[in-house]
Design a binder for this molecule. Structure first.
Ligand code: TXA
Ligand code: MG
Length: 315
């Protein structure tokens, strides 16, 4: 029998070599990160970046995050500032993305940044990805490895679920520990959160020793405006299901076991709930449920990021 997952590879020296060779040719590969799986290509290559947009069916207006091994490699691409240096020191490598002004001599493909004067940069923590980044002489443009507006993948099989054999290499790096996308913080002006994540705005405030901007007039994360993170079936927030053909996602409470009931965290831990969110929504979608109901999730810490994703998914 043919192995349907023949494009999923475990990580070893041979896979590393194969992946580097493929990326050097301007091809793309799906790689694990600690947040969600990504669809990676050479950020300096027009061929690679075009492929990413095409495969994801991503709107041209939505810029992509550029991933680096560490700070040593960013000087030619972005303009550093004091906010960035403070946050980098405390939080990197880790699940946070910084928006900085683009350096005029930057070689980053302009389609990747949607022709903006800013660039989103991130330093992922996943060991496999760091080994790959260290072996390349260019950074990786890497959005989440899902068809645009859908659920982000948190395992190699999830990536397969999205793209089947349309990607040559999917590297299995285990389940993504964080399970939701990185916090995006705009540092191109007064610091401002564009996308909440596991690293909270309180944590960022504390490190910067200042209040963050609440200004909503110049939202610069175009991908954040529309319906997003959707399992493709209706989601109703703050209500219980009417029958057993509808799935119920809840949090913390001890409810009677039912097939259509899905607990984000039995312990009532919001970090664990975030890590389980996309995994459970994909499970529900693949089980054939036609509607999802979600109980109220406390809006604090990781709960802020969970509620942000749920609200957009229910649009
Ligand atoms: O955790 C993550 O960040 C994952 C993993 C794979 O690293 N990546 C990810 O990428 O979530 P993506 O493409 O799904 O989301 C990138 C977000 C989008 O909302 C996009 O609009 C925003 O970052 N973004 C990218 N460049 C930007 C820029 N120059 N200014 C404002 N927002 C930007
Ligand atoms: Mg995404």
């Amino acid at each position: 029998m043919k192995n349907i997952y023949s494009n999923i590879y475990s990580f070893d020296k041979k896979t590393l070599k194969k992946t580097i060779k493929s990326l050097n040719l301007g091809n793309i590969a799906s790689l694990p990160t600690e947040t969600v799986y990504g669809l990676a290509g050479n950020a300096y290559s027009n061929k690679a970046v075009s492929k990413i947009f095409k495969l994801k069916k991503r709107p041209k207006k939505n810029p992509i995050i550029i991933h680096y091994y560490d700070k040593k490699y960013i000087d030619d691409d972005v303009i550093l500032n004091k906010y960035f240096l403070k946050l980098y020191k405390k939080l990197c490598p880790g699940p946070i993305t910084f928006i900085l002004k683009r350096n005029k001599k930057s070689k980053i493909n302009s389609m990747a940044t949607a022709n903006l004067a800013t660039v989103a940069i991130r330093f992922p923590r996943h060991r496999v990805l760091r080994t790959i980044l260290k072996s390349l002489n260019y950074p990786l443009a890497m959005p989440s490895a899902n068809i645009s507006s859908g659920l982000s993948p948190v395992s190699s099989v999830d990536v397969y679920d999205e793209f089947k054999q349309k990607i040559n290499i999917i590297i299995n790096g285990g389940k993504s520990k964080i399970g939701i996308e990185s916090t995006v913080v705009d540092l191109s002006g007064k610091p401002k959160i564009l996308r909440p994540g596991i690293i909270s705005s309180d944590e960022i405030k504390k490190i910067l020793k200042m209040k963050l901007s609440k200004d909503k007039t110049n939202i610069k994360a175009p991908g954040m405006l529309k319906k997003h993170y959707s399992p493709g079936i209706p989601i109703v927030l703050g209500q219980k299901p009417k029958n057993s053909n509808q799935a119920y996602i809840f949090f913390g409470k001890k409810l009677k076991k039912r097939n259509n009931y899905f607990n984000l965290s039995k312990k009532g831990n919001l970090k664990e709930a975030a890590a389980n969110l996309y995994k459970i929504m994909r499970k529900i979608k693949n089980a054939g449920y036609k509607k999802i109901f979600v109980s109220k999730i406390p809006n604090l810490g990781p709960g802020i990021a969970i509620n942000d994703r749920l609200k957009r998914a229910s649009k």
